[in-house]
Design a protein around this ligand. Structure first.
Ligand SMILES: NC(=O)c1ccc[n+]([C@@H]2O[C@H](COP(=O)([O-])OP(=O)(O)OC[C@H]3O[C@@H](n4cnc5c(N)ncnc54)[C@H](OP(=O)(O)O)[C@@H]3O)[C@@H](O)[C@H]2O)c1
Length: 390
């Protein structure tokens, strides 16, 4: 199929583009106007690029309509953030942007779409019980991001009903791994434990999925998903204590000790936000995010598995996250040097081949030709210039 992928410069979208290419589809990455393909994406080979603003129907129509025809869109682009400053953007991009992308795709001749929602739309519980696609958010207080994903799902199904586009909803759980330019809230969970001198953990838990599996899962849904259905794409359900213990074991640092109550976690997040505002940085956690402490975000992915979806164990997903964090500027050097990473951590981060320059020059916003990779150099360059950890 000729598939347009939005958000391909992000964590999930990168792996969606890679998996779609590997499955033999023709991939066009739809990026922000003026944004060139990152090296890591160009290095996959044969990815075309088109520029469009997700909140602008005209630019989307021009991009998708001028793509030389598309059969499907996989819409991964979204604002994934718990920062209070993003509330308006959450509606504009996650809700309105989804409607505009799907309408433009339908107008451009696409007949099928996969929209990346989130497992959080299935809610959470105080008890360690798996939830399914039949569950929904309850009346618990939720971050604005969660509410935007619920509204995104409704908007997507509404466009499907109006246009006849077959829309399948993909609901990844906590996606770990890389590559990433910008640290997202999911890998920040792992980073927070590395940075926490108190080695605290929390009550409750989550479900984690390796970014590679989340990407492949989207392609499974593109090919086999039932229109109108939601599919959870998760891996193992773990308590926060188990997750932090995995981080500790793989990074060679102390195991978690104290369990912070939701109230203390909230206060710690308030302090993180205050510090971030003083230093003009992004907070590592927010009070909104801390409202999720004590709950179980545990999910079953049985319907997707029945279509062929598979996910690796939590340990491998955490190893991948650590592998990318170890070369990220988000990890302070002093902390990096204190880690004793297990070999499986380094093995979980493939070396990135050097990209072939985008023949369009990178900032053209019309269709650029597919980028065909040269033969890989014998010693591929690492993705960032920072020194690798020991
Ligand atoms: N990561 C997770 O744990 C997780 C879990 C469940 C669901 N999800 C969902 O998965 C999807 C992708 O998340 P991610 O983790 O890959 O996030 P990410 O790494 O932050 O990537 C977000 C992508 O969306 C693009 N984007 C954001 N705002 C845009 C705008 N106004 N116009 C054009 N492009 C825009 C970004 O482009 P730039 O690179 O140019 O900024 C980037 O390509 C989202 O729908 C998210 O809700 C993620």
């Amino acid at each position: 199929m000729r598939v347009a992928v939005t958000g391909a410069t992000g964590l999930v979208g990168h792996h969606v583009a890679a998996a779609a290419l590997a499955a033999g589809h023709e991939v066009t990455a739809v990026t922000r106007l003026g944004r060139s393909l990152p090296d890591r994406l160009a290095a996959l080979g044969a990815v075309r690029r088109l520029g469009a603003e997700l909140t602008d129907a005209t630019s989307l129509a021009r991009a998708l309509g001028g793509a030389g025809g598309i059969d499907a869109v996989i819409h991964c682009a979204a604002v994934y953030s718990y920062a209070p400053s993003t509330v308006t953007e959450l509606t504009d991009v996650n809700v309105t942007g989804t409607r505009l992308v799907l309408e433009a795709a339908a107008d451009a001749g696409a007949t099928r779409a996969v929209v990346t929602s989130s497992s959080v739309t299935c809610g959470s519980g105080l008890l360690p019980v798996e939830r399914t696609e039949r569950d929904h958010l309850g009346s618990e207080p939720v971050p604005a991001y969660y509410a935007s994903k619920v509204r995104q799902e409704r908007e997507a199904l509404d466009v499907a009903a109006r246009t006849g586009l077959d829309v399948v909803l993909a609901l990844p759980t906590v996606v770990l791994g890389g590559p990433f330019d910008r640290l997202g809230p999911s890998n920040a969970i792992v980073l927070r434990y590395l940075l926490d001198p108190t080695r605290s953990t929390f009550p409750g838990g989550c479900n984690v999925v390796d970014a590679r599996d989340a990407g492949a899962g989207h392609v499974t849904l593109l090919e086999h998903g039932e229109p109108g259905e939601r599919y959870l794409l998760g891996g193992d359900n773990v308590t926060w204590r188990t997750l932090h213990a995995l981080v500790a074991d793989l990074a060679g640092i102390p195991q978690p000790v104290a369990e912070l109550s939701p109230g203390v976690a909230w206060l710690a997040s308030a302090a993180a936000e205050a510090w971030a505002s003083v230093t003009s940085t992004t907070p590592l956690s927010t009070r909104e995010e801390a409202t999720t402490v004590g709950r179980h975000y545990w999910y079953s992915s049985d319907p997707a598995r029945a279509l062929g979806y598979a996910a690796r164990p939590a340990r491998e997903a955490v190893a991948a996250s650590l592998g990318w964090l170890a070369v990220s500027p988000d990890l302070p050097r002093v902390v990096r040097e204190s880690l004793r990473l297990r070999p499986e951590v380094r093995a979980a981060r493939p070396l990135q081949p050097r990209a072939v320059p985008d023949p369009s020059g990178g900032d053209g916003d019309t269709a650029s030709a597919p980028v065909t990779p040269r033969r890989r150099p014998p010693r591929p360059a690492p993705p960032r210039r920072r020194p690798s950890p020991r």
